[in-house]
Write a protein that binds this ligand. Structure first.
Ligand code: AMP
Ligand code: MG
Length: 406
């Protein structure tokens, strides 16, 4: 195969990070809907709007442990002049008081227990002083402050039956799965998982656990990328590893049947043995080659026999950073979440590349992690965030920067 091609080739080169993301997203299929149990739904994408099947709370209830009373009876209560109420019963979660609270009366009540008829306010147990009760006389309690309606949770105060609470397209985080359950759902419509075939390349790349000869490197990318794909809610088709030969590469890729997209690492840069690049450019299809970013510049997007292929660079930091800022947002449909922090150190800028420097967050500011080489995996493992320095920009101490949490 020939040497790397020049910029006169008939496909875009040096695209922006945003363009790379858009072009990758455009090659991914629309995913069909399937129904899964709520316990299987974590990390999936909701395929339809969800309405509440029930109201929550399902009855007007107490937010605290204490007593339920009539607010009007208690307005003058204070530590100096407590208000004395007669205890006429108890309301427990799941076991309501079935009487009515009259003037000068209250019932003991616990968190989540239904508010009895007649009562409209709660006084927490911390603001009560119990009275020694005469042997068989009624028990009384002293309120050190007024009972408050704010500690009553109204029926349907969180949501009402019939209300649309969750929208299609939402990614199901743990709190969202929990919310879906409280809406009354046991099974959820979700998009099927995207099937991603994963492959690493390189004659020097070997399986974890084997003895390492000088010049070899353990296949950290495949394990790291597989973990990130799983975290992103994808189904991973493990293709293993291919040595640097066009024939082996083709043979391994042939195992990607049924995949929606192939993700590879290595072999896409400027070297003579970067055959992933040659395969796409000379025999496949190319959507773009090279992204204006560091690390991660050599990434290539294309297709092979109808299968979309995204070739990540082999350098471990490069491949994982490209995953963070381009691949994951495209696969999940969720934009990169960034936040703004003040810089504790300067960060250099690059003339025509967006830089993603590893940073450490301390006291609410972000500082330079240290070594930023694209082979230094510790910089990703030890850093807290990627600090984004736009093309042509530079960051001085005290500037506000965009960061992506790692
Ligand atoms: P390449 O992009 O194939 O030129 O590889 C660039 C650098 O990344 C080289 O130092 C490779 O040894 C290293 N590398 C490539 N693939 C992997 C991998 N799967 N795991 C760890 N390092 C790798
Ligand atoms: Mg290589």
């Amino acid at each position: 195969m020939s040497a790397p091609i020049s910029a006169s080739q008939p496909f875009p080169m040096h695209v922006s990070v945003a363009e790379a993301h858009e072009m990758l997203a455009a090659l991914l299929p629309d995913l069909e809907t399937e129904t899964v149990s709520v316990s299987q739904a974590l990390g999936r994408t909701l395929a339809a709007d969800l309405s509440a099947l029930v109201s929550h709370p399902s009855a007007t209830e107490s937010a605290l442990d204490g007593i339920a009373a009539r607010e009007a009876d208690t307005l003058t209560a204070s530590a100096e002049a407590p208000v004395r109420l007669k205890i006429v019963g108890e309301s427990r979660a799941g076991m309501p008081f079935d009487g009515r609270v009259g003037v000068g009366e209250c019932v003991r009540i616990y968190t989540g227990a239904p508010l009895p008829e007649g009562a409209d306010a709660i006084c927490p147990v911390e603001q009560l002083a119990d009275e020694e009760s005469a042997d068989d006389g009624p028990a009384h309690v002293h309120l050190l402050r007024p009972a408050s309606p704010a500690d009553v949770r109204p029926e349907g105060g969180d949501f009402r039956a019939g209300e649309t609470v969750m929208r299609a397209g939402l990614r199901l985080s743990a709190p969202r799965v929990a919310l879906a359950v409280s809406l009354g759902h046991a099974r959820l419509p979700v998009r099927r998982k995207l099937r991603v075939a994963l492959l690493s390349t390189g004659d020097e790349v070997i399986e974890p656990g084997l003895p390492l000869q000088a010049g070899q490197v353990y296949d950290s990318n495949r394990v790291g990328l597989s973990a990130m794909l799983n975290e992103s809610g994808c189904e991973v088709i493990e293709l293993g590893h291919a040595p640097d030969s066009p024939a082996s590469l083709q043979a391994v890729i042939a195992g990607a049947g049924g995949a929606d997209v192939l993700l590879s690492s290595g072999g896409v840069s400027m070297g003579k043995y970067d055959f992933m690049r040659d395969l796409l450019i000379e025999r496949g299809r190319v959507a773009f080659w090279k992204v204006r970013m560091r690390p991660g510049g050599p990434a290539i997007l294309g297709g092979w026999n109808g299968l979309p292929v995204f070739g990540l660079p082999g350098n471990p930091v490069s491949s994982l950073v490209v995953f963070h800022v381009i691949v994951r947002p495209a696969l999940t449909g969720q934009p990169v979440q960034s936040l703004k922090l003040r810089a504790a150190t300067p960060f250099r800028g690059l003339k025509d590349k967006t830089a993603f420097w590893r940073g450490v967050i301390k006291d609410g500011e972000v500082g330079d992690y240290g070594p930023q080489g694209s082979g230094i995996l510790r910089s990703l493992s030890d850093a807290d965030a990627l600090v984004i320095v736009p093309e042509g920009g530079a960051v001085q101490v005290g500037d506000v920067v965009d960061v992506v949490l790692l």
